[in-house]
Design a protein around this ligand. Structure first.
Ligand SMILES: Cc1ncc(COP(=O)(O)O)c(C=O)c1O
Length: 385
C-alpha cells in the first residue's frame, strides 16, 4: 500500500555509520533508521549473535520458558532500574501494553473510566490505542472513532498537568516522552520529569515514560530519565533495543510491576530467542563501551560545529539536543533539505515541518561529524540565503 512517501534511494549494505546504495554510492547515515541503529550498521556483535542464534533456535512462543528472554530481562532491569519487563515487537505495541497496564491499575483502584494524560505534539504510535494517545490531529484524521480515555495538555507545562489532574479524578496515569521526537525534538526544562514524578506521587497516579526514541543510550544515559535521578512507574522501549531487529518492551517498577498478570496480555513473537539474542548483544556492547557517554560529547560537538559554521544566520531559530537527539529549527518549512542532503551523500530527516532532525549512530566518529556538519551547514546557508 502506498503508505510511505519514500526517498528515491535503495540501500544495499552498511557498515558503522555508512550506507551504500544499490549503485555503490556511499552515504553518511545521520538518522540511523529513525533512532534504531545506535550501534551503526552490520555491527559485528549483533551479526554474530544473530547468525549463531538462527542456527540454534528462532522461536518457540511464550507457552514455554525462554532462557535468552530471561537474560535480557535481567540485563534490562539492571540497566534501567525497573523491576520487570513485557516483551513485544515494536514501539506502538510497547505503548499498548502501558495503556492496558494503566487502565487495569485504574480499575483496581475503583475507577471505571480511566483516563491517561498525554501531551500535545506527542507521538506514541499508529495502532488505535497509541494513536489515540498521540497528540497530533493530522495523523489521526480519517480514523475515528478513536479510543476514549485520553486527554492532551501542552508539553513542558507542569501547571497544565497539575490543573488537569486536579480537575479529573479519572486520570490514572501520564504518558510522556522525555524529549519529543516526532513533535520536533522538543527538549523540556531540565526538571520537567522530576516535577512530573512528584505530581504523580502526590496524586497517586502512574508516571509512564515513552522512551521508544530516547532510550538505549541515545540521549547520553541508558534511559533519558536517569539524567533526572528519578524512576518512572512504567517506561516503554523499542527502536534501538534490537539495533534493527524488531523488538519492543514495556518495563514496570514498584506497584505497577504487579498489575498485569497471567492471561492479561501476550504476544506470539514477543521476546523470542532471535530478537533476544540481538538485544543481549546490543546491551552487552553498550555496557562494555563508552558509547553512551560519547553520545553526550558527540551531540554537543555536532551542535557546536553547526552553530559555528552557520554563525549569524538569523533563519536558524534554535539548535537543541539531548545527547545525540538533535534538532535544528529553521524559521520556515525545510522538508526539501532531505533530498538536497541525500544528493550530497548525507541522510537527515525533517520533522514538524521546520526542524532538521539528526539521530546518528552513537559510534559516529570525529571525521564523520565534520562531514555531517560541513555538509548540513552549507545546505542550511544556501537554503536560507
Ligand atoms: C516516542 C515514540 N513512541 C512510539 C513510537 C512508535 O514506534 P513504532 O514505530 O516502533 O511502532 C515512536 C516511533 O517513532 C516514537 O518515536
Amino acid at each position: 500500500m502506498p503508505t510511505y512517501a519514500r526517498q528515491a534511494v535503495t540501500f544495499e549494505r552498511g557498515e558503522g555509520a555508512w550506507l551504500w546504495d544499490i549503485d555503490g554510492k556511499r552515504y553518511l547515515d545521520a538518522i540511523a533508521g529513525i533512532a534504531v541503529c545506535n550501534l551503526g550498521h552490520a555491527h559485528p556483535a549483533v551479526h554474530q549473535a544473530l547468525s549463531e542464534q538462527s542456527g540454534k533456535l528462532l522461536h518457540t512462543s511464550n507457552l514455554y520458558g525462554i532462557d535468552l528472554q530471561a537474560k535480557v530481562a535481567d540485563k534490562l532491569t539492571q540497566l534501567s532500574g525497573m523491576d520487570n519487563v513485557f516483551f513485544c515487537n515494536s514501539g506502538t505495541e510497547a505503548n499498548e501494553a502501558a495503556i492496558k497496564l494503566a487502565r487495569k491499575f485504574g480499575h483496581q483502584n475503583g475507577i471505571e473510566n480511566p483516563v491517561i494524560l498525554t501531551t500535545e505534539k506527542s507521538f506514541h504510535g499508529r495502532t488505535m490505542g497509541a494513536l489515540s494517545a498521540t497528540g497530533n490531529d493530522k495523523i489521526k484524521q480519517g480514523f475515528a472513532p478513536l479510543l476514549p480515555g485520553f486527554i492532551h495538555v501542552p508539553y513542558n507545562d507542569i501547571a497544565a498537568i497539575e490543573a488537569a489532574v486536579s480537575a479529573d479524578s479519572n486520570i490514572v496515569a501520564v504518558l510522556i516522552e522525555p524529549v519529543q521526537g516526532e513533535g520536533g525534538v522538543n527538549v523540556p526544562a531540565s526538571d520537567y520529569l522530576n516535577q512530573i514524578r512528584q505530581l504523580c506521587d502526590r496524586h497517586q497516579i502512574l508516571m509512564m515514560l515513552d522512551e521508544i526514541q530516547t532510550g538505549v543510550g541515545r540521549t547520553g544515559s541508558f534511559m533519558a530519565f536517569q539524567q533526572n535521578g528519578i524512576k518512572p512507574d512504567v517506561c516503554t522501549m523499542a527502536k534501538a533495543l534490537g539495533n534493527g531487529v524488531p523488538v519492543g518492551a514495556c518495563l514496570a517498577s514498584g506497584k505497577a510491576a504487579a498489575v498485569l498478570t497471567a492471561g492479561n496480555h501476550g504476544s506470539t513473537f514477543g521476546g523470542n530467542p532471535l530478537a533476544c539474542a540481538a538485544v543481549l548483544a546490543v546491551l552487552n556492547t553498550l555496557s562494555d563501551n563508552d558509547l553512551i557517554a560519547n553520545a553526550k560529547i558527540k551531540g554537543q560537538q555536532i551542535c557546536d560545529q553547526i552553530a559555528q559554521k552557520t554563525t549569524g544566520n538569523p533563519h536558524i531559530k534554535q539548535i537543541r539536543h539531548l545527547g545525540l537527539m538533535i534538532g535544528v529549527e529553521l524559521d520556515r518549512p525545510c522538508g526539501e533539505l532531505v533530498g538536497k542532503a541525500l544528493a550530497q551523500g548525507l541522510l537527515i530527516n525533517v520533522t514538524a515541518d521546520n526542524t532538521i532532525r539528526l539521530l546518528p549512530p552513537l559510534l559516529i566518529d570525529e571525521q564523520q561529524i565534520v562531514f555531517l556538519t560541513d555538509t548540513l551547514s552549507a545546505l542550511i546557508q544556501e537554503f536560507t540565503r
